[in-house]
Design a protein around this ligand. Structure first.
Ligand code: MOS
Length: 687
């Protein structure tokens, strides 16, 4: 299958809203402050589990400047949409510390915050469990966060392991981690004539609209023109948005603004749950896998299930006649976990790719050769051929560029100026798919094509790339295209999620452009118009479709202090056609920086006495900063995959993070001879 002709696609068109962003004129959800706006400050539960027995708002209400204090006693009733996170101020039950139990509205932020402190809430506290103990009682979830079944079995993995000449068994741990987009969540909501008008920091305005319309049984408009990062936490709505719209309903006509502080980002908007991954690999002496087992135990919330699909990529990465993946969940009295960049693949690749490295050591084999030897010819579980699969080429070209062969395979060999140096590789995959349900409209007006679709630009460059796609599909220059996105006043758009935004909206725009050209040719009249819904991918059931990466890391560990540095990172990607090299490289490198951060820094620490993340700010929750990142390079192989979509582009939003932590852990072993199986890797692991 060939892809459509590209003229603009594949070139680095400059980010369309770039000047607005760097001059501070691009409006974000929390920026839309009209006259008379009330500021919302929440009251949050101070127990991890229990019932509210009394709530005294008299002192708060008496404070000058306070317009309203809303509690479960007087909050408008919401319809039940089946999501417990959306039952905001609907009853007395506390599911987690930090849960919103009241909201104060005031003219000024300081007054609202002070009044919130004056609200007295009494609780009947119940015993809670908030510390993750993988052996502490788990259950089999009904489904994983990505909708897949929790377990899969091919053949007889236990018997194959027992018979295998070389076996590696080890357990790997990944911690709770929190999304920290530059822009915390923000909502500005106004009720006008029974209709809610909402400015929301969202990965999908229409999904937000649908959710709010259901909860409030009302007409809702959502706009989300610019979003300062999402990473999964701005996909499905969290309690704060519901709280803002709910509180606004009590003061009709007045805008209510709720902009979360950084601390609240650790309390109410989800996170990546902790996992322990029990790996077992059995192989022949030549490296061919007989058995691959990936048994995951992960944390979830007692009141709302979300299970990180960490064993998912072990279903497709390598050939093995005998295989098992399983997922068990440990329920905790915490805020509910959610999707976070490469949910499943990011932590799961740590377990699988570190175990593969340990197997290479046990076999005394090059870890790249081990992976090449286990390259499957078809998807190992469902037997489908791959639409394209660039893993081996990524490994080969990446190894060449990285200078892999110049390193002695034995660990702890290279000491330079007091630093132990080593290299490691880690691989990964991420599915390439298309979400249904978008509509694109193209109107020729004033000599330009206006392309309207409710897509979301969360910083990835959707506005720019959709302009390029539309230009090529219509056969015109990008200057003739105007793309409108980010609002429910436009035709419906699916969310920026699952690394499927560009594939979904782009396929829809191409379909609308084809119809436009069929109807009007290349010389349209003013007002000519065509629209289209997202076409199904006719190949979706015929092929396994995914992106691949090989990540290479060089690590330096200080011989005396154990300080870990990452002087070099190289990601080699097989992700189909890169539509805009500047934006694409930026997105892939951003994922890799997060992978480095995951490897060495990120960990949310819960104090089980209180059920609270105690390092709930960017002073305590460390993320990689500029000084942590040295040479970092994202490259891609030439891949043209017409089966995935007409543009030939696989999603690149998430795969950048996948495999990086394993590459760094494996390089750390190579540098020092110390195998660390728990993230983040810190100095004390190496002393
Ligand atoms: Mo992504 S974690 O599907 O927003």
């Amino acid at each position: 299958m060939t892809t459509m002709d590209a003229r603009s696609m594949g070139t680095s068109v400059r980010r369309i809203e770039g000047p607005d962003k760097v001059t501070g004129t691009a409006p974000y959800a929390g920026d839309t402050v009209a006259d008379g706006t009330l500021v919302l400050y929440p009251v949050q539960a101070t127990v991890a589990r229990g019932e509210i027995t009394a709530i005294d708002t008299s002192a708060a209400t008496a404070l000058p400047g306070v317009a309203a204090v809303v509690t479960h006693l007087d909050a408008p009733r919401l319809a039940d949409d089946g999501d417990p996170e959306h039952r905001v101020l609907q009853g007395t039950t506390v599911h987690h510390r930090g849960q919103y139990v009241a909201a104060v509205l005031a003219d000024h932020a300081e007054v609202a915050a002070e009044a919130a402190r004056l609200v007295v809430v009494s609780y009947d506290e119940a015993p809670s469990t908030t510390g993750f103990d993988p052996d502490g009682g788990s259950y089999t979830p009904s489904a994983l966060g990505n909708g897949q079944a929790p377990d899969s079995v091919v053949g007889d993995p236990d018997a194959a392991l027992a018979a295998a000449p070389v076996v590696v068994k080890a357990s790997y741990a990944t911690p709770m981690e929190h999304h920290n987009p530059m822009e915390p969540h923000a909502t500005t909501a106004t009720w006008v004539d029974g209709r809610a008008i909402v400015h929301e920091a969202s990965q999908g305005a229409d999904l937000a609209r649908q959710t709010l319309a259901t909860l409030f049984d009302a007409e809702v408009e959502v706009s989300s023109p610019h979003v300062g990062g999402g990473f999964g936490t701005k996909g499905f709505l969290h309690a704060g948005t519901v709280l803002a719209v709910l509180a606004a309903r009590t003061v009709p006509g007045r805008p209510v603004r709720f902009a979360l502080g950084r601390r609240q980002m650790f309390e109410t908007v989800g996170y990546r749950p902790a996992t322990v991954q029990h790996m077992a690999l059995g192989a022949e002496a030549d490296g061919r896998l007989d058995a691959l087992v990936h048994d995951v135990v992960g944390a979830t919330a007692r009141y709302k299930e979300f299970v990180e699909p960490a064993g998912g990529s072990s279903r497709s990465m390598y050939a093995a006649p005998h295989r098992r993946t399983s997922h068990r969940a440990v329920p905790l009295d915490l805020d509910a976990p959610t999707y976070m960049r490469a949910p499943g693949e990011a932590p799961g690749s740590f377990g699988l790719e570190c175990a593969m490295d340990e197997l290479a050591v046990a076999l005394d084999m090059d870890p790249i050769e081990l992976r090449v030897r286990n390259e499957p010819s078809v998807h190992p579980e469902n037997g489908l051929p791959f639409s394209s699969r660039g893993l081996v080429e990524c490994l080969r070209t990446g190894a060449e560029r990285f200078g892999w062969s110049t390193w002695d395979r034995a660990p702890r060999r290279r000491l330079v100026d007091g630093w132990w140096h080593g290299v490691g590789v880690g691989c990964g995959t991420f599915p390439a798919f298309r979400m249904p349900g978008s509509t694109a409209e193209i109107t020729f007006t004033g000599g330009r094509y206006v392309v309207a679709i409710g897509a979301a630009d969360i910083g990835q460059g959707a506005r720019t790339v959709l302009t390029q796609i539309a230009a090529d599909a219509l056969g015109v220059d990008v200057g003739s295209i105007e793309v409108e996105i980010g609002s429910t006043s436009l035709p419906v758009g699916s969310i920026a999620g699952g690394s499927a935004g560009t594939a979904s909206w782009g396929s829809t725009v191409v379909e609308a452009a084809d119809r436009f050209r069929d109807k009007y040719g290349e010389d349209p009249d003013d007002g000519d118009h065509a629209d289209a819904a997202t076409p199904d991918n006719p190949w979706a059931e015929e092929f396994a479709m995914a992106a691949y990466v090989a990540q290479f890391a060089e690590v330096a560990v200080h011989a005396d202090t154990g300080e870990i540095r990452v002087p070099r990172l190289l990601g080699t990607f097989g992700v189909g056609r890169i539509l805009n090299p500047t934006l694409g490289r930026s997105q892939l490198q951003g994922g890799m920086v997060w992978g480095l951060s995951m490897a060495l820094h990120e960990e949310s620490v819960v104090d089980p006495r209180f059920g609270e993340v105690i390092n709930h700010d960017l002073a305590g929750y460390h993320i990689a900063a500029n000084a942590d990142v040295r040479e970092i390079d994202a490259q891609w192989i030439d891949e043209d995959d017409g089966y995935v979509n007409p543009m030939g582009a696989k999603g690149i939003g998430e795969i950048g993070i996948v495999g990086v932590a394993a590459a760094i852990a494996n390089a750390t072993y190579h540098a020092t001879g110390v195998r660390v199986r728990s993230l983040p890797i810190t100095c004390d692991d190496l002393l």
